[in-house]
Design a binder for this molecule. Sequence first.
Ligand SMILES: Nc1ncnc2c1ncn2[C@@H]1O[C@H](COP(=O)(O)OP(=O)(O)O)[C@@H](O)[C@H]1O
Ligand SMILES: [Mg+2]
Length: 157
Amino acid sequence: MSKEAPVAEGRIHEFVTHSGSDTVEVGRKLVQLLAPPQLLILRGELGTGKTTLVKGIAQALDAAEPDEVTSPTFTLLHEYDGTREGKQLKLYHLDVYRIEGERQLESLGMEELLTPDALVLVEWGEKFKSIRKKATGEISIASAGGDARKITVTLRD
Ligand SMILES: Nc1ncnc2c1ncn2[C@@H]1O[C@H](COP(=O)(O)OP(=O)(O)O)[C@@H](O)[C@H]1O
Ligand SMILES: [Mg+2]
């Protein structure tokens, strides 16, 4: 799946990390690139660090501490209130790995999430055409041997 072309073509930013805490740090830095509204697909094999990256993003937005950000694999959707550049922001963290088909996805009500003040981050979002179509970009994480990860952010213009 990670070999497919990115869902979005546009501005690209790359980072390399060597630990989970490094990736949290990159998440904190990324926030400046992510002016809402954004619907970003988080791609990468299981255990590459998608949820770990969200910990940093949530922390930088004063939305949650890293420990409070857990995987939405079973809960499907986690919602946080944050601020960015002095403005209120909604952070939505989803994991659609367990969702089977567009019908089930619809019942999640993703449509309503992408308000002007929203940052929507969807792990495994590339599985669904409807999400790929609406995405404003993607963050892809690839293992680069051992604990090293290459993080590529692609944002539509
Ligand atoms: N460079 C790294 N970046 C992110 N996570 C890393 C890194 N090196 C090791 N890890 C570990 O890999 C795991 C990633 O888990 P998680 O973020 O839940 O992955 P995913 O959400 O992609 O399934 C964590 O246990 C984390 O500590
Ligand atoms: Mg995860």
